[in-house]
Ligand binder design. Sequence first.
Ligand code: ZN
Ligand code: ZN
Length: 384
Amino acid sequence: MKDWLIEIRRKIHMHPELGFEEVETSKLVSEWLERFGLQVKRGWAKTGVVGLFQGRKPGKTAAIRADMDALPMEEANRVPYASQMKGKMHACGHDAHVAILLGVARFFSAIPDQVKGNIKWIFQPAEEGGGGGRVMVEEGVLENPKVDAIFGAHVFPFLPVGKVGVYEHEGLAAADQFTLKIIGKGGHAASPHVTKDPILTAGHLITQIHSIVSRNINPLDSGVITIGKVRGGTASNIIPDEVELLGTVRSLSPQVREELKSRIEQVIQGVVRSFGMECRLDYEYGYPVLINDPEMSKLVASACSKGIGKENVEVLKPSMGAEDFAYYLEKVPGSFFRLGCRNEEKGIVHPYHSSLFDIDEEVLPFGVEMFVRIIDQYLGLGMA
Ligand SMILES: [Zn+2]
Ligand SMILES: [Zn+2]
């Protein structure tokens, strides 16, 4: 089905849609799922689609998930299938995820008698920051029938096509963010004694905050705090009224996540108070830590190995990036894995979210095969 997969992927690639706006993509998905004879429900989390295939014999329910959204950026690739939408691009490979899952649907719909148990297809909107996965979970996508295990994959430009990457336990980080406003009192730069200088406070605070990971977190745990934006001041001879700091806070366990948050709050309060300032802190939880079930990760590794050999399945170190697949894994066991999509010879080497990102389309049939093998092993279909 390679040509068909490429055609679908390119069609979606040419018409990228942003989070919660995946109207056309969602229509394309439902039409194919219906054609394959699945029970299809649309309108999940606005544009999400769920397909269900009930086997002839009873068994467990396995779910697989794809995200459908693109990014607000301009594509720089000069290829016939480049984005036709100004300022929008599938630069994270979600177009490939959709095509691969449709391929899996096509595969199983052709052999209904061999399916035991149920397979649920989850096509979700808005992975890139919108948390479409959280909305799908809240709307009950893991119920009726209850999902026993869930699998999701992401194309991976750091592994060559033909290889699979597996996270044994923690895969991706919790990604929270904060906005802090330090409120002082502005005035003339030559008379700091009659002002409250929020810039000096911000300077102290930035260095203090960076002591948290090095001094408060167990060196064997992982955490990162980055202050990525500092805003304040207008001229060299003016002390401003306010300074704003924006930061991201990442961790690989719920415990470290809470430790970081509470230490950040303490440091901010202490430093700000010591300078006689006021402050307003807005701390926002983002995606949770993505934690794979070790048994399910073993299953993914073993099922994929049967097709491509152990040497092509790599155990990956966790990354401090984030993924809203974490919301599904908070509710049911499962595993999130990677499908290599790099090809040096074809010049397909650019990272995610680059305007030159592309995939080696060999990953499409390859991805279908890996999902089929995983489902086969999980539901005990005895096909491999
Ligand atoms: Zn992305
Ligand atoms: Zn992505």
